[in-house]
Design a binder for this molecule. Sequence first.
Ligand code: GLU
Length: 373
Amino acid sequence: MSDSAKTIRTRFAPSPTGFVNIGSLRTALFAFLFARHHSGVNVLRVEDTDQTRLVEGSLENMIAVMKNLGVEFDEGPLLLDGMIKQQGEFGPYIQSERTSLYQQHAQDLVKAGKAYYCFCTVERLDALRKEQVALKQPPMYDRLCKKLSEQEIEANLQAGFEYVIRQAIPESGTTVIEDLVYGKISYENVVLDDQVLLKSDGFPTYHLAVVVDDHLMEISHVVRGEDWLPSTPKHFLLYQDFGWTAPAFAHLPLIVNPDKTKLSKRQGDVSVESYLQKGYLPEALINFIAFMGWNPKTEQEIFSMSELIEQFDLAKVNKSGAVFDTVKLDWMNSHYIRAKSNQELLELLKLFLQEFNLSQFSQAYLEAVVEIE
Ligand code: GLU
């Protein structure tokens, strides 16, 4: 099959660590729109390798929120008949079920001289970091264990010392990445840290797992927030080390408040669930979020999901901050509310009131309320 005929495959790869935030919804939506626009496949992959950060129930919640908003997945853990079941031929799609795969790949890199065992203790690494900070140097691993001989490594392993596996970043040269939104960016390899790939508990770090999975799951386009841009040269190097072709990358601009400050991390301000609970309609939220970095380059502002699918293009995503303007959101929401029939509004109102335990109102009263313009 020629490259141009290859199926577009995108993925949304959340870590199940709590509520769904506005930034995650934007990433999931853009990956979905791009896949659908190209009749491709959208994958849901669960990145749960940091076991200390997991929050019970967040995967189920995330799946339900996405379904409610109309963001669909074709492969991964899907909600089928009220149960979460993994679907697709590239599974498992939950990283904690793939640990042996990452261990194998880490070993392959060690054998190829692209990664190495590191036996440094937490105390040594702490002291090193403090020293570097005091000297106003960027905190980085000093590559002490890269110099260990094979005999020393063997002896340490025999003695049962704890270890991690680190990426051996080239000590000179540059790594040039190509991004569909940010263009070409050059990184001097000396500024890149010898990142941990496999932790002492045998779990991979995000960096190893994301590269192995995006490759094995045949992801053609990685769509994610710009906060991952600084990690991308390390990922590029890993692709090279494995001898794999890297997927295309599209990093999405930071979402900011109208005064250009970073969107507040306070849960109430960034959780999608809280907007739904406040009465924002799913279609209004989707329409609004679609404009967080994308622009159709026309006057049209109201878009249904199918219009978004038809018109969405990663080439029209811009790199300047996407402004989260709640005045605009309110305006869009009022548009969608006005477009509803009285009957539809009544159904929504009932749901809303139930949640607030105010169902003492009579049917006639509620009908009269929705009549009001
Ligand atoms: N698990 C990462 C996150 O939660 C995914 C980043 C990526 O898409 O590569 O943001």
